[in-house]
Ligand binder design. Structure first.
Ligand code: DAV
Length: 373
């Protein structure tokens, strides 16, 4: 707009966008060539306060530990081992030509409160859970865990920078997380039962990791952190350019879709053989790869995930895939289907509840919005 075209006194809307210091945000799927990624941190990792939302998703053998250690730091040697693996992961990504960004640590053991409850934090290890990138937009998720209420603050310096760089920045409705959101009588349906979800439809909540992006189609599941209200909020927010498909899997304890159904490239779908007994019709023309049984030994602590975290790989493009170094069966499967595995030690990070997909947020992949079905 030239000064002639402006109304008297009108201020030109340029000041923020003029401070561009980074490349644009743009990512539509899980496999276009990766150019820039956020990798989480384990600084100050803390057991969340005990709460009814936890037992539905924590491994049963961890409940006693979480009750006993509520609000206390994770073992320092476990944090240190995970930090070293994250550093190796960052080196590998950088070596593959990817720009890597990290969040700023925020204190996790400070007690905070709302009108209704108090909590302390957990970590900023899993950007995939709390931030969703769709196209040129980054959405802060209304997470259902009280211990994650302030988690996105660790990413605020980056979010401001990306906004200045031109992205759209939004957030789901700030949740109240009152007792009404949780089923106080929740009991475990058992390994074979239909899932009994611990959250109600009191208000919209979702974690980004319950959504997986395939261009114009986004695959979602309801889970112990993502309700229908949250999925519907996102559906309306994204509008007509996207179709959000909701599927139910054979998972009695669902939280995050990325150890269940993982599209690796157009036409190539990795599925969890225990949870995906019927592959959704949407993928009928795709090759289906069944994930091999996980190799993680029983003695290895997994605080917040099942061993199926072996499926949680990260695509650098349609061929290169980051796989856990010791996971021979997964490495072989990937090679058999024509992928190029890039190996990285990550078992100690896995202990904190995620692997390469969880630990990252792909801010920019080179590609366009397309339909793959
Ligand atoms: O076993 O499905 C996935 C957790 C990803 N944050 C699982 C856990």
């Amino acid at each position: 707009m030239t000064s002639d075209e402006m109304n008297a006194g009108e201020v030109a809307p340029t000041s923020v966008a003029d401070q561009r210091t980074c490349g644009p945000v743009s990512s539509f799927n899980e496999w276009d060539p990766l150019e820039e990624v956020i990798v989480g941190i384990v600084d100050d990792a803390t057991f969340p306060p005990w709460h009814v939302a936890l037992p539905p998703v924590l491994p049963t053998n961890q409940h006693a530990t979480f009750r006993a250690c509520a609000g206390r730091p994770f073992p320092p040697e476990a944090v240190e081992a995970a930090r070293r693996e994250l550093a190796e992961f960052v080196r590998i990504l950088t070596g593959e030509g990817v720009v890597v960004r990290r969040p700023e640590p925020i204190p996790q053991r400070v007690e905070y409160r709302t009108l209704d409850w108090s909590s302390s934090g957990m970590y900023a290890a899993m950007p995939r859970d709390v931030l969703l990138v769709v196209g040129d937009e980054i959405i802060e998720c209304p997470t259902a865990w009280r211990s994650r209420y302030y988690e996105t603050l660790a990413y605020r310096p980056l979010l401001k920078e990306y906004f200045r760089g031109g992205c759209r920045w939004s957030a789901g409705p700030k949740p109240e997380l009152r007792d009404e959101l949780y089923d106080a009588d929740w009991s475990d349906p058992g390994a074979d039962g239909p899932a009994r979800l611990v959250i109600t439809e009191f208000e919209p909540t979702f974690d980004a990791a319950d959504f997986i992006r395939c261009g114009r189609d986004i695959i979602a599941q309801k889970s112990n952190v993502t309700n229908e209200f949250g999925i519907e909020w996102l559906r309306r927010h994204l509008g007509d350019s996207y179709t959000v498909h909701v599927f139910e899997f054979d998972d009695p304890h669902p939280m995050h879709i990325d150890a269940t159904l993982v599209p690796l490239a157009p036409g190539k779908l990795l599925v969890n053989p225990e949870r995906v007994t019927r592959v959704p019709n949407l993928f009928k023309s795709w090759d289906v790869m069944y994930a091999p049984a996980p190799m993680i030994p029983d003695a290895h602590p997994l605080y917040m995930t099942s061993k199926w975290i072996n499926m949680n790989v990260l695509m650098l493009d349609e061929e290169r895939v980051v796989v856990e170094r010791q996971d021979e069966p997964m490495i072989s499967l990937m090679k058999r289907y024509g992928f190029t595995p890039i190996l990285c030690d990550f078992r100690n990070f896995n202990s904190f509840g995620g692997s390469f997909h969880c630990a990252t947020l792909d801010v920019r992949r080179r590609g366009e919005l397309q339909s793959y079905f």
